[in-house]
Design a binder for this molecule. Structure first.
Ligand code: GLA
Length: 382
């Protein structure tokens, strides 16, 4: 995370005071369970040790004055009757204020600066971290922590949907708010019940490392919606509310009535659902080998059936297979971002070196390497 002193010093420089509170919220990984959230299924994310840190100080006015250290942009807007700011990051803060007011929180003006250490476009949900940091902070400062954590995650999601036009589901905001050090969280997106699973790969000789395909996945918005539509068409044909309620034999029964493409999409989702539960079971027995195998299966499905991979992700996945590391798959929405890799300690250096060398030879740039550890969710620092 960004150093607190750094945020404090920029805040002092911009607003000429040291009063106010510091909040932080993390990005996320998702070990398995891709594209299952909007099918009412299971996901298995965890918060990471990278995120957004913000200082917020109520200013006694009805105006928000905000500075993004990373973007070097300053903006102001009114709490009541204000206009949607032009800066993308400020739309999150603006949207959260509106949504929280709608929930009966008496949001007043504040001065704020923030910075983060999540690389943009790498698929670790810097936007969910931003939303979670502010929704958590504002609930503390103006709402007496009246809203519970699930409401905070929902407000983050609604903000992305309504004010940024991003048709996102709940995984990222949930993980950023509910994260717990050393644990992944299995979330049932139908009931919103969740369970923490201890995840300590290092204890068993493994490391988790992300390799960045260096492709900005934000280009994929329309494809995300198309995938959703495929899933909805198949659910409708089967006669269920979502693919969560369907199994492979239901799918076979409607095979002749749906396109070959929709069939493949739905097959992936139904199988991915099972894999999440399989991985959770395996973790209960510290069986990281099975976890890794499931990750490879997911990648194959994402690439060949759901078709949300790209050459760069497939290449990184193949390097992982060639190096015989425990597990690897493309993570997040697809078409870029990172692969998440479960790597045996003794293969780590060889794998990272090989991936960098071969990727550079093929694509002309070196993939960024991010080691992550599973950390705490949104919180007040001071
Ligand atoms: C994006 C969305 C998540 C999830 C993934 C795919 O990251 O924000 O909610 O749908 O895609 O698993």
């Amino acid at each position: 995370m960004v150093k607190n002193e750094f945020i404090e010093s920029i805040f002092k420089e911009k607003f000429n005071t040291t009063t106010g509170s510091l909040y932080a919220a993390p990005g996320r990984i998702n070990l398995i369970g891709e594209h299952t959230d909007y099918n009412d299924g299971f996901v298995f994310p965890g918060a990471i040790d990278k995120g957004i840190t913000a200082k917020i100080n109520p200013n006694g006015k009805m105006k928000v004055r905000a500075y993004s250290i990373d973007m070097e942009e300053y903006t102001e807007f009114d709490i009541i009757g204000g206009k949607l700011p032009v800066e993308n990051w400020a739309c999150y803060i603006y949207g959260l204020c509106c949504e929280m007011c709608n929930k009966g929180i008496d949001i007043k003006g504040f001065d704020t600066v923030f910075a983060g250490d999540i690389p943009f476009g790498a698929g670790m949900s810097s936007s969910a971290a931003l939303a979670s940091c502010y929704v958590f902070g504002l609930n503390d400062l103006f709402g007496n922590n009246k809203l519970d954590k699930m409401e905070l995650a929902r407000i983050g999601q609604a903000t992305e949907q309504k004010y940024l036009g991003i048709n996102c589901s709940i995984t990222d905001q949930f993980a950023s708010i509910f994260g717990k050090e050393g644990s992944l969280i299995r979330l049932d997106c139908r009931s919103m019940e969740y369970e923490y699973f201890p995840f300590a790969p290092h204890k068993y000789g493994y490391r988790v490392v992300l390799l960045d395909s260096m492709v900005d996945y934000k280009l994929a918005d329309s494809t995300y919606n198309q995938r959703k539509e495929s899933c909805e068409r198949v659910s409708k044909m089967i006669g269920v509310d979502s693919l969560r309620y369907a199994n492979l034999s239901d799918l076979e029964n409607v095979k002749d009535q749906i396109s070959e493409e929709d069939y493949r999409r739905a097959k992936f989702i139904i199988e991915e659902e099972k894999r999440v539960l399989g991985v959770c079971d395996a973790l209960q027995y510290d069986d990281y080998e099975t976890v890794g195998e499931c990750m490879y299966q997911t990648h194959t499905g994402l690439s060949k059936e759901y078709e949300v991979s790209c050459d760069e992700l497939d290449f990184l996945n193949k390097v992982a297979r060639d190096c015989r590391v425990a597990g690897s798959r493309g993570m997040g929405e697809g078409f870029g971002g990172c692969t998440i890799n479960l790597v045996e300690e003794e293969k780590y250096q060889m794998f990272v070196d090989t991936a960098k060398k071969q990727f550079s030879e093929k694509f002309g740039c070196s993939p960024e390497v991010y080691e992550v550890s599973i950390s705490q969710g949104a919180r007040k620092i001071v």
